[in-house]
Design a protein around this ligand. Structure first.
Ligand SMILES: Nc1ncnc2c1ncn2[C@@H]1O[C@H](COP(=O)(O)OP(=O)(O)OP(=O)(O)O)[C@@H](O)[C@H]1O
Ligand SMILES: [Mg+2]
Length: 251
């Protein structure tokens, strides 16, 4: 059963002090000018060049949605020296009619800390059930980066959830990106919503997803095939020699 998205949009609603770097980040300015960026589908991708502001935006959405800024479920409250921005303070989320009953926020940079926090809670927890059991039973530190990431999605993500992922492909081979897409399909069919920042042309093709391409020029809804990432990757893979020649890299 699918439902409407739990989070139906995000808007910059509060004034940002002009001395704050966020006030001059083009994507934040565009978001402010748009009024609201709507989340119309169960899967929304934010794509765009390095440094354009994808992580800044997904983190702010996650914090406004009640997640720990560094990742995890809403019950995680660890904090490390990893930086996260204050954009959440200036945002308002629009909510759909139903509330999600599950959720997870995953930052590529702090997955290691999420894994440590689960081990830590289990060492000190007095509960009858080890937390790690809901993550597949093996410490995420004793699995490879990709294995532990897929364990998390497969075992911990339970459906009817809001899942906010920052570059989930960072851990995954092309084959396992397809596995992730299959797991996402099952979760979307169980009424989940994903908001994902990605550089992966494969993930972007997820059927029925909406893709927002962020750039200094604005935020626009595009087809996967029309994103710069997809076109460049396709061009490269179609004729690597040609691109290598262009880059003056051939021997
Ligand atoms: N504390 C800070 N002060 C000033 N600028 C910052 C600060 N933190 C981040 N930025 C800038 O904010 C911009 C957006 O960064 P962000 O991490 O959101 O980019 P991104 O789109 O996620 O990039 P990537 O694809 O590399 O992950 C970058 O240009 C970055 O340099
Ligand atoms: Mg990022």
């Amino acid at each position: 059963m699918r439902t409407k998205p739990f989070v139906t949009g995000v808007a910059v609603t509060k004034p940002i002090p002009p001395e704050d770097y966020l006030a001059s980040l083009p994507v934040v300015r565009h978001l402010r000018a748009m009024g609201e960026l709507p989340f119309r589908k169960n899967v929304t991708f934010l794509v765009g060049e390095n440094g354009v502001g994808k992580s800044t935006l997904v983190e702010a959405i996650a914090v406004q949605a009640g997640f720990n800024a560094e990742g995890g479920s809403v019950n995680f409250n660890f904090s490390t020296h990893d930086s996260h921005s204050e954009l959440w303070r200036y945002l308002t989320l629009s909510r759909g009619t139903t509330r999600n009953t599950d959720g997870f926020f995953l930052r590529a940079e702090s997955f290691y800390n999420v894994a440590s926090n689960i081990d830590e809670l289990d060492r000190h927890g007095g509960g009858t059930r080890m937390l790690i059991e809901s993550y597949g039973g093996t410490s995420l530190h004793r699995q490879s980066h990709g294995e532990s990431f897929l364990s998390l999605v497969e075992h911990r993500f339970g459906g009817h959830g809001l899942y906010i992922l920052d570059e989930p492909e960072a851990a995954l081979s092309p084959m396992k990106q397809m596995t992730l897409m299959c797991l996402m399909r099952a979760l979307v069919d169980e009424a989940s919503q994903f908001i994902i920042s990605t550089h992966s042309p494969m993930l972007m093709t997820f059927p029925g997803a909406e893709i927002y391409e962020l750039s200094d020029a604005g935020i626009r809804s595009v087809r996967a095939q029309d994103t710069e990432h997809f076109r460049l990757m396709k061009q490269f893979l179609n004729a690597p020699e040609q691109m290598l020649r262009y880059l003056e890299l051939e021997e």
